[in-house]
Design a protein around this ligand. Structure first.
Ligand code: TYD
Length: 212
């Protein structure tokens, strides 16, 4: 854990599978923070600073089909290191609350678990990138991807979703569940109700943990 004496602001991250409603919840949280005059920086990974956004383009470019899994993991970590230096660290040092859309747990779940590189291997790569910047709290939007896709597209199965794709996303979800069991800083928020109920649950959690 990072030394509290060295970092003034609080650092929270949001995690979840595709379709978990992360973007909506981050928007509702921003509105809440604005309304309550709480200074914060909202940022995202991969990206969140000029160079990190360029690395994001390389990672997510559909034409880069031959990229190997190790390269992918290293690029996410490289983007993270630059993002920390440019955006996260200055905001934390000036005492702001930093809210980050995805962070190291995405690498552990997607590259470590779903790609099969192993969480230990991906954790080791990221240990070099993270330095002292560990989240105070990670909010995991807990909805399995098959359910999230049904909710998003109605009861009918989404035709564009290939079987292989869903298997991958279910492995990601399994990875998150392992992380949830291992790290007390990760808190699951159930997403069974409306987006407003989920938002209220998130605010209650942030208050309970002394973040806001
Ligand atoms: P994005 O469009 O931001 O997706 P989302 O809205 O679901 O957050 O794309 C980010 C993608 O990168 C997403 O599929 C998750 C993946 N990812 C990793 O595989 N590893 C990582 O370390 C991070 C930060 C993201």
């Amino acid at each position: 854990m990072r030394g509290k004496e060295m970092v003034k602001g609080k650092f929270i991250t949001f995690e979840g599978c595709e379709g978990s409603g992360k973007s909506t919840q981050l928007r509702l949280l921003s509105e809440y923070l604005d309304k309550h005059n709480i200074p914060y920086v909202l940022t995202r990974e991969p990206g969140g600073s000029a160079i990190a956004e360029k690395i994001r383009e390389i990672i997510l470019d559909g034409k880069n089909t031959e990229m190997c899994d190790g390269c992918e993991a290293l690029l996410y970590a490289a983007a993270r290191m630059q993002h920390l230096k440019d955006t996260v660290a200055p905001a934390l040092e000036s005492g702001k609350l930093v809210v980050c859309d995805r962070y190291v747990d995405s690498s552990l779940a997607y590259q470590g678990e779903a790609r099969g590189l192993g969480m230990e291997y991906v954790g080791a790569i990221n240990a070099l990138a993270l330095e002292k910047y560990r989240p105070d709290l990670t909010v995991f939007l807990d909805i399995p991807p098959d359910k999230a896709f049904r909710r998003k597209h109605g009861a009918d199965k989404n035709d564009r979703m290939e079987m292989q794709g869903m298997e991958f996303h279910m492995r990601v979800y399994g990875g998150y569940k392992k992380l949830l069991a291992k790290y007390p800083r990760i808190c699951a928020v159930e997403c069974n109700g409306t987006k407003f109920q989920t938002h209220e649950n998130i605010i209650a959690l942030l208050k309970d943990k002394g973040i806001i």
